[in-house]
Design a protein around this ligand. Structure first.
Ligand code: PMP
Ligand code: GLN
Length: 397
């Protein structure tokens, strides 16, 4: 098997981060909010750090998490989510919640718990760039299923054809990064049917769960009949609270599945930062549960940016959820990297080219070009940031 170049994606990513942070650049690159994260959470975390009566909150928590945060997470999913039609058929308890150091750690250690050499993991292409290196680091084999534009919805038939006797895990993501597709009820049922038929585990990356637009609703795979027992759902305070630097997330599953994840979680980080877990617990308890502000902002941003890009001749996929919008650069006769460079030079708007999200299969035909004609724009930005980007894009020659 050909060597996997771990450094390639991260080198391009690091270069982009440096360029995007130059003065005067309007940064729609990394999915990182430029608005303030949850105020209640921040205040409560500061109190935990400084209040002498709360000094114990500056020490280790239990590896699975601070009990108050586990409880608050349960209340959130049971009460608030559960009120949405057709959802939360099963109540969760603290033993179903493992607090992780971001969804990144949750994904990595779930992968570690579930797969090893000889196992195959099916994932969609394009997708979140960290998936492939994680699979490779486990010594497992990735199997890619292509998503086709303009809607980038999964093709269940293609998906079933990719399943072999070695397939152990389906890696799913909705709302999708980068394409913004939200799985429909039919798609969720299809995935569940296949997972049950072929006896597969599912890693369901739902970090953008609360950000859906229009009629789209977030549907949880674990709510399908028989799926909770075989699914680990990954969630993130980075997204729900706009606190990407806190590095807190949670994995939801059965105690049996979380046991494997907890072993490597203990060995890599032991626990997520305790005062920050406390801040999030207080904030979750204080919320009425809707977290509506950010999805509304992001949806409006998508509309503004989408129409400006359409005017410029890009093909635009209007997202159904998540924090990103993708645009097709082929009507302009440009590839992704070329167009991203042009945007930066010409308009001082930094975006991410498709090459970051298209996984290169080292065993694939050399002629397969992963520099697809695609750009990703981050929408988790203040309205004035998006308006400035739109002004600059409109003036581009
Ligand atoms: N999954 C997806 C789809 C993401 O876009 C990200 C990055 N924000 C993560 C997981 C990791 O999130 P976290 O910041 O919680 O590690
Ligand atoms: N999820 C974010 C994105 O896709 C960034 C994640 C990261 O840089 N660790 O842009």
């Amino acid at each position: 098997q050909a060597e996997f170049d771990f450094d390639k994606t991260s080198t391009i990513w690091k270069e982009l981060l440096v360029l995007a942070r130059q003065p005067g650049v309007c940064n729609l690159g990394q999915g990182c909010p430029d608005y303030n994260g949850h105020q209640v959470a921040r205040e409560a975390a500061v109190q935990a750090m400084l209040d002498p009566d709360k000094s114990a909150l500056n020490q280790y928590s239990m590896p699975a998490g601070l009990k108050s945060l586990q409880d608050a997470v349960c209340a959130y999913y049971n009460n608030v989510y559960g009120l949405r039609e057709g959802q939360a058929k099963r109540a969760i308890t603290p033993e179903n919640v493992l607090i992780t150091v971001g969804a990144t750690e949750g994904l990595y250690n779930s992968m570690k718990a579930l797969v090893g050499p000889g196992d195959e993991v099916i994932l969609f292409n394009p997708g979140f760039p960290f998936y492939l290196p994680m699979i490779r680091l486990m010594g497992a084999t990735p199997v890619f299923v292509e998503l086709d534009g303009p809607d980038f919805a999964p093709d269940l038939e293609k998906f079933e054809k990719a399943i072999t006797p070695k397939t152990r895990v389906l890696l799913l993501n909705s709302p999708h990064n980068p394409c913004g597709h939200c799985y429909t009820k039919e798609e969720i049922e299809g995935f569940a049917r296949l997972a049950l038929k072929y006896n597969l585990f599912v890693l369901s990356d739902e970090v953008y769960e609360n950000t859906t637009f229009g009629d789209a609703k977030h549907l949880r795979l674990a709510d399908e009949e028989g799926m909770f027992e075989r699914t680990i759902t990954l969630c993130s305070a980075s997204k729900l609270f706009s606190l990407t630097g806190w590095r807190v997330g949670w994995a939801l599953s059965t105690p049996e599945l979380l046991k494997g994840l907890n072993v490597s979680h203990c060995m890599t980080s032991y626990c997520a930062p305790t005062p920050l877990q406390h801040g999030l617990a207080v904030a979750l308890e204080a919320e009425d549960g809707t977290f509506e502000g950010i999805p509304k902002l992001v949806e409006g941003n998508a509309e503004l940016l989408g129409s400006a890009l359409r005017e410029k001749g890009f093909g635009v996929t209007q997202p159904e959820g998540g924090h990103f919008l993708v645009a097709d650069t082929s009507p302009l006769g440009l590839k992704g990297v070329e167009c991203a460079k042009l945007m930066l030079a010409n308009a001082k708007v930094s975006v991410v080219p498709g090459i970051i999200f298209y996984f290169a299969d080292p065993n694939a035909d050399e002629t397969v070009d992963i520099d697809r004609p695609l750009l990703r724009f981050a929408l988790c930005k203040r309205r004035d940031t998006i308006e400035e980007a739109v002004r600059r894009i409109r003036q581009m020659t």
